[in-house]
Design a protein around this ligand. Structure first.
Ligand code: C5P
Length: 470
């Protein structure tokens, strides 16, 4: 990767913006096609809103993945132009063959360097940015939106949500860096977001302390994540005042001394399962509060907002997620909250099934394979692999989770734990191993996925293991 070149990125965004402005003025029908996760829903919504504000005739659609068949289906819908966000970088040839010049890809997934100069591709990697850590698709879409019209700076909030939903808070103290930071700075300058240092528990402002602890899955705290009663029991002997006048207090109400006490409880608890102090320090970091959101909803905290969108995507309710991004705070929000409960209980069930062990998990060197055909749904593989990779138990492993995809295929999700001992690029490994067996794969260095024919299961797994060991 070369030096980051913000000016070159700005110039390419300028070209893309001119084309989209022209298409909008000519009343062309533009379909925004995006991915189903939090970054996908955020980037698709940013692209859709910036086009709609230009007066374009536009719609937005979210897909779990893109393949040549999917491209043909999109083509059959006969839109004048297709704007892909958060997907498409691995399929530029196929997109060109099907759609000619009538498409643009705005993305942060790594792509072959030969596409760097093509004007229809606005990809972070082409300008020296690491799309796995410094810029998500929502931020890419935001930079384009800001180029389309300076008044779109309010959309920076959605870029912050997308970046956190994509776990790009890898800077010091779990902070956003690179171009994501630029989007954050815009939203702070507009008074839409404030930044502080605090516990990263979900429900920091809105939930009883033990519930906030139990709702936090990243990092995964064995015994506390997903376990409300155990969290309450762990807090009860600490002397912390958990209730005031019959009302549960939240973490944000604790004084500095009380937070210190909470740290001690967590450290002693986490200590029983590996490096307790490292785990606890990973629970403190930059928190991003959305000032215009109701303090009693998860949308108030940008990380929780990202989790809510991921839940919508994984629960097959991308329309709900997009409605929330576009501003629905009534029907869509209450439905999303319900889905969030279901999503958490699915995650819990899968984790419990895993803890029962048996032949569902096997470790080969640095790789832990989870054979989820019988108990993990296709859409949940990404969440489960992320959750496992953030746990103490697997922090030095590559986690490879698989599930059935229809009758004839398998879906794989892979993630690297934070302390993985080697330099590997998961995106490349999954792409090459999948293509070796007639499948499709790709992603980032730390998170990637693949889909392959069921009959090639063992061949694919062997290829991945060999590539990681190499
Ligand atoms: O599906 P999963 O969540 O495991 O994907 C991890 C990352 O890899 C996501 O960012 C996804 O967009 C990307 N990916 C990809 N090409 C694929 C499958 C996944 O770029 N064929």
């Amino acid at each position: 990767m070369g030096e980051a070149d913000r000016n070159a990125l700005g110039a390419r965004a300028e070209g893309a913006s001119k084309l989209l402005t022209k298409l909008s003025r000519e009343h062309k029908r533009i379909l925004v096609v995006t991915h189903i996760d939090a970054d996908g829903l955020s980037s698709g919504s940013i692209a859709f809103q910036s086009l709609a504000r230009k007066g374009a005739i536009t719609s937005v659609r979210a897909l779990p993945d893109l393949d040549p068949r999917g491209i043909d289906l999109l083509k059959n819908d006969r839109f004048d132009f297709y704007l892909f966000t958060d997907l498409g970088s691995g399929l530029i040839e196929q997109l060109t063959a099907a759609l000619g010049e009538s498409f643009m890809v705005v993305d942060h997934h790594q792509l072959p360097p030969e596409y760097a100069s093509r004007p229809e591709i606005l990809n972070a990697w082409n300008f020296g940015y690491d799309g796995g850590t410094d810029v998500c698709s929502a931020t890419m879409a935001y930079l384009l939106a800001k180029t389309l019209d300076e008044r779109n700076r309010d959309l920076s909030v959605q870029a912050v949500v997308g970046a956190l939903g994509d776990r790009q808070d890898g800077g010091p103290g779990r902070s956003l860096t690179g171009l994501n930071r630029e989007a954050l700075d815009d939203s702070v300058e507009l008074g839409l977001v404030t930044v502080a240092k605090d516990f990263l528990f979900h429900g920091r402002e809105t939930r009883p302390i033990h519930e906030a602890m139990a709702m936090t899955y990243s990092p995964y705290i064995p015994g506390l994540s997903g376990a409300k009663d155990a969290s309450l029991a762990a807090l009860s002997n600490s002397g912390l005042v958990l209730k005031e006048r019959g009302r549960w207090r939240s973490i944000s109400e604790l004084s500095t001394e009380e937070k210190q006490k909470l740290m001690e409880v967590l450290t002693s608890f986490a200590g029983s399962s590996g490096d307790g102090s490292a785990l606890v320090s990973s629970l403190i970091g930059e928190v991003y509060t959305l000032q215009l959101e109701d303090a009693l909803t998860p949308l108030r905290d940008a990380r929780e907002y990202g989790t809510l969108l991921n839940a919508c995507g994984r629960m097959d309710a991308t329309d709900i997620g997009i409605s929330i991004c576009l501003g629905d705070r009534y029907t869509a929000l209450s439905e999303a909250l319900r889905l969030m409960g279901e999503y958490r209980s699915k995650l819990n069930k899968a984790i419990q099934a895993l803890q029962m062990g048996g032949d569902r998990v096997s470790t080969h060197g640095d790789v832990t394979v989870v054979m989820g055909e019988e108990f993990i749904e296709e859409r949940m593989t990404g969440s489960i692999s992320s959750l496992l990779a953030s746990s103490e138990k697997f922090k030095d492993k590559m986690v490879l989770v698989r599930a059935r995809s229809g009758d004839s295929e398998l879906k794989f999700s892979s993630r690297l734990g934070d302390s993985f001992p080697k330099e590997v690029n998961l995106g490349l490994i999954m792409k090459e191993a999948a293509e070796q067996v007639g499948g499709v794969g790709g992603g980032h260095s730390m998170a990637a996925g693949a889909k392959i024919p069921i009959s090639k299961r063992d061949e694919f797994t062997r290829a991945v293991l060999e590539k990681v060991a190499a």
